[in-house]
Design a protein around this ligand. Structure first.
Ligand code: HH2
Length: 266
């Protein structure tokens, strides 16, 4: 899954693809690089990010989704990264098929019923707190157990609201209200999460700050490709279904080499 941020303030690429033409050109590049899914977002969720109005978010993402859908005629799956049911609805009308929600459909009282009505695929992500404050003091007694229980409960809530079981993917939310140690524990626990939750897992670790904790020289998000690739390979090896990344070409190449080694005659 390639990331297309139509925002001025995303942590790694804010401002680069804010206008429609730049965002569409970037999306085309990610498709050419081998992305199967494009995740289009109009509101940053980086720690401390400001909230965006629904009108502003619609104005950022809908023209991009419409253009991509017209150009690609279904050759690529379009996902919308939003916490707002109104944006998800407009995105599905414009051609998206998936709602990626970092609040796991808790962002609005209408989120669950809207997802059920739209019959779209959903990604339900774990986050402790909200983006403005989540990195101030993340605390867990048992991070893996608590994230697993949360994702289980949100999948149940979605199903109870009418979302079909096969439409649900789950995401432990790397970097969302977590210390570097919490993130590493969750990555280590991917086989357990996958086995116990029984839904496809999505991982978004690309360019995130926990990589800086392991390599203090990686101050800028652009300096974190090595750590992003290491995480993508680990995730793929442990059965993660979707890997959300900024550097699609490099990730596809790394995954291809990994797959070739695993398939080579010994
Ligand atoms: N991470 C980000 C945004 N959306 N969605 C899911 N499901 N999982 C993630 O890990 C995830 C996500 C943050 O990355 P990015 O979109 O590059 O930054 P920003 O939120 O600042 O736009």
């Amino acid at each position: 899954m390639g990331v297309v941020n139509v925002t001025p303030d995303s942590f790694s690429d804010g401002g680069r693809f804010l206008d429609e033409a730049a965002a569409v050109a970037h999306a085309r590049k990610l498709m050419g690089d081998g992305a199967d899914i494009l995740d289009i977002g109009g509101e940053s969720t980086r720690p401390g990010a400001e909230l965006v109005s629904e009108a502003e978010e619609l104005a950022r993402v809908i023209p991009v989704i419409e253009r991509l859908w017209m150009e690609t005629a279904g050759r690529i799956q379009i996902s919308v990264d939003t916490t707002k049911p109104g944006v998800a609805r407009a995105a599905m009308e414009a051609g998206a098929i998936q709602w990626n929600d970092v609040t796991a459909l808790r962002g609005d009282p209408d989120s669950l019923s809207t997802a059920a009505e739209l019959q779209c695929a959903v990604v339900l992500m774990h986050m402790q707190g909200d983006p403005r404050t989540m990195q101030e003091s993340p605390r867990y007694d048992d991070v893996v157990g608590e994230v697993e229980a949360f994702l289980h409960d949100r999948a149940e809530a979605a199903k109870a609201a009418g979302v079909s079981r096969a439409a649900i993917a789950l995401d432990p939310g790397i970097g969302f209200g977590k210390t570097p140690e919490h993130n590493l524990a969750l990555l280590r626990a991917l086989p357990r999460l996958r086995a116990r939750l029984g839904h496809p897992i999505l991982i978004g670790a690309s360019r995130k700050r926990f990589i800086r904790a392991l390599d203090p020289s990686a101050q800028s998000a652009d300096d974190r490709l090595g750590g992003s690739l290491a995480t993508a390979l680990w995730a793929a090896q442990h059965g993660v279904a979707v890997i959300r990344v900024h550097d699609v070409r490099e990730t596809v190449q790394a995954l291809a080499v990994q797959a070739a080694i695993l398939q080579a005659a010994a």
